[in-house]
Design a protein. Structure first.
Length: 155
């Protein structure tokens, strides 16, 4: 039996009323893990980055700038974490197995008031329908990541 492996991450997607929750969608060879990005995770990362830069002798402004953007790159750690640890990381994390997914649709270029193109990813699965908005990665890259597991059901 093949071990579940991380194939890619769709970072910093928003969901919920007014996009109030942030997630990283971790694509594996067996499905998708919806990994919630909590404020405490961002605070911990900001503290870690600030301490690391302070040890390196970085100035106050550089440390402040780095802590303000600390959560943006948190998704990178999923490439080196065991899948079971990703799923159990927070209570808000869950996985959607490959055989549970009925359709995946990506809608592109919904211009937002924040000056970035907002794209929409909709996953229809046995547990319902989940919608996510993303802007940190191109729709083509998202399709390429998801097609590795889900093939032609990604539209």
């Amino acid at each position: 039996m093949n071990e579940e492996q991380v194939l890619g991450v769709i970072p910093n997607v928003k969901s919920g009323v007014l996009g109030q929750k942030t997630y990283n969608l971790v694509a594996t060879n067996k499905g998708i893990i919806v990994a919630q990005l909590t404020s405490s995770m961002i605070k911990e990362e900001a503290k870690r980055v600030a301490e690391e830069l302070k040890e390196q002798g970085a100035g106050r402004l550089k440390r402040m700038g780095a802590t303000m953007t600390a959560g943006i790159n948190l998704y990178k750690r999923y490439f080196s974490m065991p899948v079971a640890d990703i799923i159990s990381e927070t209570k808000g994390n869950f996985s959607i197995g490959q055989n549970q997914v009925k359709a995946i649709r990506i809608k592109t270029n919904n211009f937002s008031d924040k000056g970035k193109d907002q794209h929409e990813l909709t996953i229809k699965w046995s547990g319902g329908k989940s919608k996510f908005n993303f802007s940190d990665i191109s729709p083509k890259v998202v399709k390429d990541i998801l097609r590795q597991t889900f093939g032609d059901i990604v539209k």
